[in-house]
Design a binder for this molecule. Structure first.
Ligand SMILES: [Zn+2]
Length: 368
């Protein structure tokens, strides 16, 4: 049993930019490939544009280069993958539920598709072991195609140039994390001990993002920057890949106050599969170790604000049994033992799609 998945964060593009020979279709150097997206029923993957510290001074060219990797090496390889840029597209991404004859047809295809996937997973060490008998045909959600979206992780590569930011939005980037872990021209990152907030230029950047419809992501932002942004932004923001500090005290995780703030602005939190953000001092982190994070966010009122931001391809060790997108059925299977189907559908896709349907820019109103 699985549900169509929305994943708000992966770093496949920077790996692909560094190595022109990596294939998005099935490249063994990647966690997220087209093949595994199909196996895990990922209907929407957000691809982050990340500038590695190894590349030296951040340059706009590296951002453009990764937009090009997405256009020329991801979209054409994942035959039929569509690029999400506008609010109007969301209705086409929502999973269909097998009720009428047309949908029943799709559902039947999905069952044979799942059977195929099961076969494909047979030799994989992450097989989920889910039984086709258990599937209720009327409640089965069928993914509506395969979609990709772009975010920029850290404003460093914009070189302090707001015109570059605007051009990137025109190219199709829809989310921006103001910082990575360290300080840049816009704000301080979460690992800066001085915990500075936004710079004057950073405030201008936020105003521009609000104006053009570029949505903001606080996952690597300093606590001071986080609270300044709550005051400043006219749009709710997301933490695309962060967990709960109370459960695992890592500076990249969110405090209870931050979680409450995101819930009250109707933002979103992408639960992330980075092992050291899930559990401290553990040699082997398991899928079940995600449960306390989910439970805590729900206790703070965030049931409808929770989604996933895997950080696949941004990590070099993985949660056991959750190493790549083909493992999502195993996650669904575990969650089904503890939560209702409608809660799980919310976390797998609905909460993320509701946010995008409310806050993505509208093509009909855009001058781009
Ligand atoms: Zn990150």
């Amino acid at each position: 049993m699985n549900y169509p998945v929305v994943d708000f964060h992966c770093d496949a593009l920077s790996k692909m930019m560094e190595n022109a020979n990596i294939s998005f279709k099935d490249g063994y150097q990647l966690d997220v490939t087209y093949q595994r997206m199909l196996q895990g029923e990922v209907s929407l993957q957000c691809f982050a544009i990340y500038l590695s510290e190894r590349w030296g001074t951040p340059r706009y060219e590296y951002i453009l280069n990764q937009v090009d990797v997405f256009k020329s090496r991801v979209l054409p390889t994942a035959d039929g993958m569509e690029w999400l840029k506008w609010r109007e597209q969301i209705k086409h991404i929502r999973p269909k539920v097998g009720q009428n004859s047309e949908q029943k047809n799709l559902t039947e295809n999905n069952i044979s598709y799942q059977a195929g996937v099961k076969g494909a997973l047979k030799n994989d060490h992450h097989k989920g072991g889910h039984s086709l008998k258990a599937i209720d045909i009327n409640s089965l959600e069928v993914p509506s195609g395969c979609w990709g979206m772009l975010s920029v992780e850290g404003a460093d590569g914009f070189e302090g140039n707001l015109f570059y930011v605007k051009m990137c939005f025109e190219l199709g980037v829809r989310f921006l994390g103001l910082t990575w872990n360290y300080a840049n021209w816009a704000a301080d990152g979460v690992l800066e001990k001085r915990n500075g907030g936004l710079t004057k230029k950073g405030i201008e950047l936020v105003r521009l993002c609000n104006e053009i419809g570029l949505l903001l992501d606080v996952s690597h932002l300093s606590p001071a920057g986080f609270w300044e942004l709550t005051e400043l932004t006219k749009q709710p923001f997301i933490a695309s890949h962060s967990n709960v500090y109370r459960i695992c005290p890592h500076p990249r995780n969110l405090s209870d106050e931050q979680i409450r703030a995101i819930v009250s602005m109707d933002g979103r939190i992408g639960l992330t599969f980075v092992p050291w953000f899930v559990k401290q001092d553990e040699a082997s982190v398991k899928i079940k170790d995600l449960l306390p994070h989910i439970e805590h966010i729900c206790e703070l009122g965030g049931e409808n604000h929770l989604m996933f931001g895997s950080d696949f391809d941004g990590i070099e060790s993985w949660v056991k049994g959750l190493e790549h997108p083909a493992c999502y059925p195993a996650l669904a299977e575990l969650l089904l033992k503890h939560y209702s189907e409608s809660q799980i559908k919310g976390w797998f896709n609905n909460n993320a799609l509701n946010f995008l349907e409310t806050h993505l820019p509208e093509r009909s109103k855009s001058s781009v």
